[in-house]
Ligand binder design. Sequence first.
Ligand code: BV8
Length: 250
Amino acid sequence: MTGIAEAFASARSALVLTGAGMSAESGIPTFRGPGGLWRDRRPEELATPEAFRRDPALVWEWYAWRRRRVAEAAPHAGHLAIARLEAGADVTVVTQNVDGLHRRAGSRRVVELHGNILRARCTAACGAPDDLPADPPEIPPRCACGALLRPDVVWFGEPLPEDAMGEALRAAGAAQVALVVGTSSVVYPAAALWRIALERGATVVEVNPESTPLSDLATWSVRETAGSFLPRLAEAVAARRTGDEERRTA
Ligand code: BV8
């Protein structure tokens, strides 16, 4: 922990890249782990424009089920710890998650690479505001203009929002330290971000109970859960920063 805390305490700019495992301890199932299936279907089968065109009601049933779970979920100690890390560095949280939990935990600079499941948008892009309740009154829900609504998330085969990807690339290129939490690092282009930080000489810390393609390349790969390791990291970094401050003013 000491080396990791030192890396964070001395960093001016930090990237925190999170995936579904970050929200597992808030009760939201991961995509590829246990509970990641829904009615024996894989996310890659449902989270696509083709699946939505083919059967918008089925896709909306899955999203309505997830929206209800997200609406009932709360940030856990790991989310709060990441928000605490902002106390002494320029921290950008780049998340693949669509649950909004980092913002609810108090993180100020959050880049939602894959959108937000609690937002919906009109498929005819009529510009009507999104006032869809977490549990849609009808499936599939329709816009006031009559067109279908869709979840405001990025499906497989769809490009990521340019502004989000631009900010994520900037943060990855500027970071002295990158914390990669709860991602299997199989989905692109998000999985390319820690490689950029690594190539630019950043210290890369992985937090994941399982090994991933990043594990052998990371500076440290911590085999722990987000909820267990991150609060201890935030505590160690705060203590380090206080000590550094006291030495400076002594
Ligand atoms: C695009 C939103 C181009 C929707 C999601 C072959 C090779 C490389 C790439 C591709 C390829 N074939 C196709 C592609 C591209 C494709 C892709 O990467 N596919 C993968 C499956 C191979 N990517 C795309 O399609 C992207 N778009 O490329 O567009 C383009 C450009 C221009 C014009 C047109 C097109 C779009 C990708 C975004 C898809 N949308 N989500 C929704 O949520 O419904 S992705 C989805 O997967 C989620 O966002 C999720 O976050 C993400 C990644 O999964 P993880 O977050 O890593 O979650 P996972 O379950 O896999 O892993 C959880 C991890 O947590 C595990 O490691 C586990 O051990 C760990 N864990 C568990 N518990 C804990 C924990 N860790 C810590 N603490 C715990 N307690």
